[in-house]
Design a protein around this ligand. Structure first.
Ligand code: NAI
Ligand code: COI
Length: 367
């Protein structure tokens, strides 16, 4: 991989490699764009097949955060970290403290939170070393685990997508295929079950599947069969790249609306599903609930205020559909347009000189 070429192509600001031999930390922090404010994005811990795969994931996820934060109306840029390792075996306290010190060294250019493979307990350790971490325990006056809030936002966005596809936003009786039933999707399944949807689920973790089968009456299928099941809505809630040349021909759903980041393997897959008449709720718009929630900590966390913003995901998805129709483009492009227009406007207004410009986190310190 030609790293600078890739960074130039999508205009990345910074890529950092953080190594600590004692604890085994191997982390890659990618900062994509800080036009709107400091880069905020979670830390993923995963067993990558290669260092190149880890770099690529960090870069793609960081860019996704720029778009997610912009489309959600947050004054934050986009960044993300990946830690190379097995979250079940390789974690230790020293690792997250070393990582916290690296974040502190960035002096607020990057703020972290949870992602796949990391937990509130990990964020609490990072907090020992730096203020630039969110999603820490409610005991610290913080917002805690973002996953249930992400799930609620996905539920709201899914309703908006259902309205677009079926003429009503009711999910009662709708058959919904959920791929991956981890932290976010378990909570999503609860909302869907409460509204009377019929669930078909899969996961590579059998215990996670068992839980939603028992609690929400879901039907379980093998991981490879989830794409082809007869359903109204497909909700990808595991990892990215799952809308691709192999899976698209299998899909029967009229709507794709789920939590996973980077669902389209390539942009052209967004064009293909558009041509097929599938209503796609762009991933970074529908799954912004978690980041909206943790970002509220920067103002002194207020759950009511945060949840009001998360409710708006319904309207944000509607806005994307409106732009798509207005400009006759697929929804993934409409979402990009929404985010890019906001960033460009701010980039222009930021050219004004400001003396003593305050950092966003100074509000938290002064409260
Ligand atoms: N946690 C959050 O607040 C947010 C999460 N997301 C994204 O949502 C997705 C899910 O996140 P979490 O629920 O937090 O992660 P998680 O790790 O708790 O859940 C993911 C689940 O997917 C399963 N899985 C992995 N590969 C699979 C496969 N090939 N087939 C079926 N199941 C598979 C895993 O076993 C796991 O149970 C990720 O893409 C994450 O980046 C996006 C925004 C916020
Ligand atoms: C706080 C996290 C949920 C933010 C993030 O990394 C994401 O939305 O993917």
């Amino acid at each position: 991989m030609e790293i600078f070429k890739y960074m130039e192509k999508y205009d990345y600001e910074q890529l950092l490699f953080c190594q600590d031999k004692e604890s085994g930390l191997k982390a890659i922090i990618a900062i994509h764009d800080t036009t709107l404010g400091p880069a905020l994005g979670g830390t993923r811990m995963w067993m990558y097949e290669s260092e190149e795969a880890a770099i690529e994931d960090a870069l793609r996820l960081a860019r996704g955060m720029t778009y997610k934060n912009a489309a959600a109306g947050l004054n934050l840029g986009g960044g993300k970290t990946v830690i190379i390792g097995d979250p079940r075996k390789d974690k230790n306290e020293a690792m997250f403290r070393a990582f916290g010190r690296f974040i502190q060294g960035l002096n607020g250019r990057y703020i972290t939170a949870e992602d796949v493979g990391t937990t509130v307990a990990d964020m609490d350790i990072i907090y020992e070393e730096t203020d630039y971490v969110t999603g820490i325990s409610p005991a610290f006056g913080s917002s805690g685990n973002p996953s249930p809030v992400t799930a609620y936002g996905v539920y709201r966005g899914m309703k908006a997508a259902a309205k677009e596809a079926f003429g009503s936003d009711s999910l009662q009786g709708k058959v919904i295929a959920v791929q991956g039933v981890g932290n976010v999707a378990y909570n999503l399944c609860r909302h869907l079950h409460e509204e009377g949807a019929k669930l078909i689920v899969t996961d590579i973790n059998k215990e996670a599947v068992q839980r939603v089968v028992e609690e929400f009456g879901a039907k379980a299928v093998d991981p490879n069969d989830i794409y082809s099941v007869d359903c109204d809505i497909f909700a990808p809630c595991a990892l990215g790249g799952i809308i691709n040349d192999e899976t698209i021909p299998q899909l029967k759903a009229k709507v794709i609306a789920g939590a996973a980041n980077n669902q389209l393997k390539e942009a052209r897959h967004g064009d293909i599903i558009h041509e097929m008449g599938i209503v796609y709720a762009p991933d970074y718009v529908i799954n912004a609930g978690g980041v909206i929630n943790v970002a509220d900590e920067l103002y002194g966390y207020n759950r009511e205020r945060a949840m009001k913003k998360v409710e708006q995901i319904y309207n944000n998805i509607e806005k994307v559909f409106e732009i798509a129709k207005r400009d006759n483009i697929p929804t993934y492009k409409a979402a990009d347009r929404l985010a890019e227009e906001r960033i460009e406007k701010m980039r222009k207004s930021r050219s004004q000189f400001l003396q003593n410009g305050q950092h966003i986190l100074s509000r938290r310190r002064n409260r």
